[in-house]
Design a protein around this ligand. Structure first.
Ligand SMILES: NC(=O)c1ccc[n+]([C@@H]2O[C@H](COP(=O)([O-])OP(=O)(O)OC[C@H]3O[C@@H](n4cnc5c(N)ncnc54)[C@H](O)[C@@H]3O)[C@@H](O)[C@H]2O)c1
Ligand SMILES: [Fe+2]
Length: 384
């Protein structure tokens, strides 16, 4: 598998394509890249090699890696300091969704005078942004889940309100994404499963979100088929490059599809992630069936169509059964209480989830009372 796409941005897809990183930077107009990654990856050979490649090409490169998984505002602020200190003119965002998001938001914030929270993805707030001076980004994913490499947003946790906020601007779309499945070979099975389910949930929620967007829906259903085919293989054998490639494509498709919208799974997963630091894909994977079940009256017909495309025999219940088996085969817990989420705080979670912008994309109303009901079910594993 080796291909160049120009949708939704320039994508260089294929094993070994990381060798084109320096050329991509130059093509994007970057002479002094700040490579933004996370502390674990910064110590891995792949980051050292990437930085060496850039330096060897004459690009004045520095590495910034002081970020958290589920990044927070101060991660972005520290990145901006590093960016200015080195007079960098672009960002190489290298890693999972956390590093990609921080890299993208840093490149965006380089041009802004207003605080970052003013650009939360609510209404047309993005129009407040200054566009002169937004720096170009080359995105290099090392997980196959968030699809942030082809997305126009970064997700940052606001500690004060304990909420995950989506910072959005169309110009946050990376200039180039290098999707090299070899970079995901070392991702352990647990993270492979959790990130892969994030990609699945992006596709599923986008497919079910209300509104007329057949482009997004077409991408979403094929993205889910790719996850069904490739995630079990990548989970069993991390070195299966074909499966890793299938997942990397599915991740990019998920983020492309969710331009249509997300839904209740993400609304709850954002709240859970902000409060308990749960891995985003894991939270999504656990919560998904409960939201599917609640949404049934609004999505039954389209789920039956989806089941046909996925090769799942039967109707809505068969799809839900398949989903539960699929999730179990990937070692994902059935109950939120098994991944460290306590039972006592459903009111707080529900209040946060109900105002998360993703809640508005759910095909059935997702207010605080619904969010509480679904969350309570997910904590203890009460399905149907
Ligand atoms: N921008 C978007 O549209 C979007 C969409 C979904 C999720 N997100 C956000 O992305 C974040 C989650 O990203 P993620 O799921 O990719 O996880 P992550 O970036 O937080 O990484 C999880 C862990 O995996 C490690 N890791 C990454 N690549 C590895 C590799 N190749 N080998 C071994 N270990 C590796 C990291 O060092 C880290 O410890 C969350 O903050 C979530 O809210 C953003
Ligand atoms: Fe997600």
């Amino acid at each position: 598998m080796n291909a160049n796409w120009s949708y939704p941005t320039q994508v260089r897809f294929g094993a070994g394509r990381i060798r084109e990183l320096a050329e991509c930077c130059t093509g994007a107009g970057i002479a002094r890249p700040l490579l933004v990654t996370d502390p674990f990856l910064a110590a891995q050979p792949m980051v050292g090699k990437a930085a060496a490649q850039l330096t060897a090409a004459g690009l004045a490169t520095a590495v910034f890696s002081e970020i958290k998984s589920n990044p927070i505002e101060s991660d972005v602020a520290a990145g901006l300091v590093a960016l200015r200190r080195g007079a960098h003119d672009g960002v190489v965002a290298f890693g999972g969704g956390s590093a990609l998001d921080v890299g993208k938001v840093v490149a965006f914030m380089a041009a802004q005078s207003r605080p970052m929270w003013d650009f939360e993805d609510v209404g047309d707030q993005w129009r407040r942004a200054k566009t002169d001076g937004i720096l170009p980004v080359v995105a290099v994913p090392t997980t196959a889940g968030t699809g942030s490499e082809v997305g126009r947003a970064g997700v940052i946790t606001q500690l004060e309100s304990r909420t995950k906020k989506v910072i959005f601007h169309p110009r946050m779309m990376p200039s180039v994404a290098i999707c090299d499945p070899e970079l995901t070979v070392g991702l352990p099975p647990k993270l492979t499963a959790a990130t892969g389910l994030d990609a699945f949930v992006h596709c599923f929620e986008a497919y079910c979100a209300p509104g007329f967007h057949p482009l997004a829906e077409g991408i979403a259903v094929e993205g889910m088929r790719l996850v069904k085919e490739h995630l079990p293989r990548a989970y069993r054998d991390g070195a299966d490059l074909d499966a890793r490639g299938g997942m990397m494509a599915a991740a990019a498709m998920g983020a492309t599809a969710f331009q249509k919208g997300l839904g209740g799974v993400h609304a709850l997963a954002h709240a859970v992630g902000a409060l308990y630091d749960t891995h985003h894909g894991l939270a999504n994977g656990v919560i998904l069936p409960y939201v599917v079940s609640y949404n049934r009256p609004a999505i039954e017909e389209r789920v039956v169509r989806l089941a046909r495309w996925l090769g799942v025999d039967g109707k809505f219940s068969a799809f839900l059964d398949w989903l539960l088996d699929f999730r179990e085969s990937l070692g994902i817990a059935h109950r939120l209480c098994d991944v460290g989420v306590p039972t006592g705080e459903s009111e707080r979670i529900a209040a946060i989830a109900a105002v998360d912008p993703c809640a508005a994309g759910n095909p059935r109303p997702f207010d605080a009372s619904v969010a509480r009901r679904v969350f309570d079910a997910a904590v203890v594993g009460a399905l149907r």
